[in-house]
Each structure stands twice: as C-alpha cells, then as structure tokens.
Design a protein around this ligand. Structure first.
Ligand SMILES: CC(C)(COP(=O)(O)OP(=O)(O)OC[C@H]1O[C@@H](n2cnc3c(N)ncnc32)[C@H](O)[C@@H]1OP(=O)(O)O)[C@@H](O)C(=O)NCCC(=O)NCCS
Length: 279
C-alpha cells in the first residue's frame, strides 16, 4: 500500500503536513484551529509513503462519554476514491469512547457518512462577505471574565447536552473576543465568541436563551469591517435574514449529522456552533 497504518498525530511533528493536506483540498491553512484540535482531541493520519506528507486525516474530539465531534476528514486529491476516507472514519468511530458521534458534512463527505450509518439531522448555510452596514448592537454585552466560566460551561452543557469543560478552558485564549450577557438579576442570558480562520472573522459559539439575545451577540461579535463568516443553522432562518440584509452571501451549505444515540442538544438555544469542527 502507498499509505501506511493509521497513526495518532501530534502537533509538533505533524501540524505542517496537516496544513499542506488542507491546502491540497483548497481548505485554508488554519493553524490556530488545528492547534486547538490537537489540544483537545485525537488527530489521526495516514502517511503518504510514496509522495511524503499525509495521505489523509481525521480528528475526533470527545465530550465526556457522550459524543465525539468528528472533523478534518481530508484525503489528498491524488488518493481520492480509493477508500481512505472510509478507512479513516471507521478508525475514528472504533477508537471513540462515547456513545454518539456528530459532524458537519460537506457535499463530498455526506454519502460516505451515510454509508457508515450517520443520519442527517439539519442543514447549515455559511454566509460570508463584508457587512454593508454596521448597526449599533441592540444589547449590552460584557467581556468574559474568569468568574463567568462556570456559568458559561453550565449553560453550554445544558444546551449542547454534553460536557465541554476542556473546550471552554481553551476557548477564551483561542477566540479574539468572548462576551457574556447577564439579565437584571445577574443570571447568564447568553454568551458568544468570535475567532479568525485567517480569511474571515467567524462568530461562534452563540448560545442564548432567546433570539434577540442571540442576534445582539452576533451584531457585537461581528462589528467589524473585516470579512466575516456566519454559519447559520437553517432552524434559525432569522439569522440568515440578518446576514442577507447586511450584504453577506450564502456561499456554501453543509449537513449536520449524528451517529449512535441521538444527541440531546436544544436547538432553540443553540444559535451558532463553536465551529463546524466542534459542534
Ligand atoms: C470526503 C473525502 C474525505 C472522501 O475521501 P475518499 O478517500 O475519496 O473516500 P472513500 O474512497 O472512502 O469514499 C468515496 C466516497 O466519497 C465521496 N467522494 C469522494 N470524492 C468525491 C468527489 N470528487 N465528488 C463527489 N463525491 C466524492 C463519494 O461519495 C465516494 O463514493 P463513490 O466513490 O462510491 O461515489 C475527500 O473527498 C475529501 O478530502 N474531500 C475534501 C474535503 C472534504 O470535503 N471533507 C469532508 C469534510 S465533512
């Protein structure tokens, strides 16, 4: 075989090859995102023995024993359609110690995941561009402080349905901005982050108890003249309307998929994922 056994990768030795592989598939070289994934998940890869570098990757990020978020399913163009994607996915599923798995599928991956037993549970549309108008955010938000973390994790666990403490320990330094909203009684009404993938400033996560808090967070987090991206779960069409009204374009669609036990995520309070790779 031109490719070796699947092995666990580490950031120090393998990050550069992961970025090269992503670029081969016309994905951005998202170094900070890969570092985050290396920190909190298991990154697996196949060496390309013939050409050097990596023939394929997959990342599995576990949230307790509940669900693993699968991401960065990449196979080098020259190895496409020879079963490597399936092999990497089966490995990630076998190695996981959680009852479920979830992912956000591109059109390339969807059929492959369906064959492995994943079910489509929703659709997502990614809006990109520069905002044509910057309106003053309609709500007051506060920068995250260490004293907020426990409340943030509690709300996230309640809404997402799995413990993501480790992710939230790492997110404040990963995000460029992270904000919370508190109500008159001091209770956490919502929170959100913004991070850069090199090309765009993305909003995510946005978790809130109602739509007006969510839109206020998005307006605050994306209050910029830089290119932005907003991944809109089609269950929240008002976010897509907000994006279109401000000149953003629907640039691609993805499918939210689950495997194993159904997740107990509450879509009514889950407005924007942390990122597609992490749910
Ligand atoms: C998706 C991907 C990982 C599949 O890898 P692979 O090694 O070709 O996958 P396998 O050989 O195990 O399975 C092949 C299946 O993938 C899909 N697929 C692979 N290449 C495709 C292409 N160029 N166009 C459409 N579908 C494609 C098809 O369903 C195909 O099944 P088929 O050959 O019976 O039609 C690879 O195409 C890739 O890296 N794509 C770019 C990045 C991406 O979109 N990743 C998925 C993220 S969710």
């Amino acid at each position: 075989m031109a490719e070796g056994p699947i092995r666990r990768l580490d950031a120090e030795d393998d990050l550069a090859a992961c970025l090269d592989l992503a670029q081969d598939r016309s994905w951005s070289r998202e170094e900070d995102k890969w570092r985050l994934l290396f920190d909190i998940g298991a990154v697996y890869g196949l060496d390309d023995r013939e050409h050097g570098g990596l023939a394929g990757t997959v990342v599995s990020t576990p949230y307790g024993k509940v669900v693993s978020a699968i991401s960065m399913v990449l196979v080098a163009r020259r190895h496409e359609r020879r079963g490597l994607g399936g092999r990497l996915m089966r490995h990630a599923l076998e190695e996981r110690e959680t009852v479920s798995a979830c992912l956000t599928a591109t059109e390339y991956g969807r059929v492959l995941y369906e064959r492995l037993g994943f079910r489509a549970v929703g659709q997502c549309t990614s809006y990109t561009g520069e905002l044509s108008e910057l309106t003053e955010p309609r709500i007051e938000t506060l920068p995250l402080t260490p004293a907020d973390i426990a409340d943030v994790v509690e709300l996230d666990t309640d809404v997402f349905g799995a413990p993501r403490d480790e992710l939230y320990r790492r997110l404040p330094s990963f995000c460029e901005d992270f904000r919370v909203v508190r109500d008159g009684a001091g209770r956490l009404a919502g929170f959100g982050g913004a991070w850069s993938n090199g090309d765009h400033l993305l909003a995510g996560p946005v978790i809130a108890r109602d739509a007006s808090t969510a839109i206020g967070l998005v307006e605050t987090l994306l209050h910029t003249t830089r290119p932005v991206r907003l991944d809109v779960d089609d269950r929240h069409p008002f976010l897509g309307e907000w994006a279109r009204k401000r000149g953003l374009t629907a640039s691609f669609g993805t499918t939210l998929m689950e495997y194993g036990e159904p997740l107990e995520t509450d879509p009514s309070r889950m407005f924007v994922p942390v990122m597609q790779a992490l749910g």
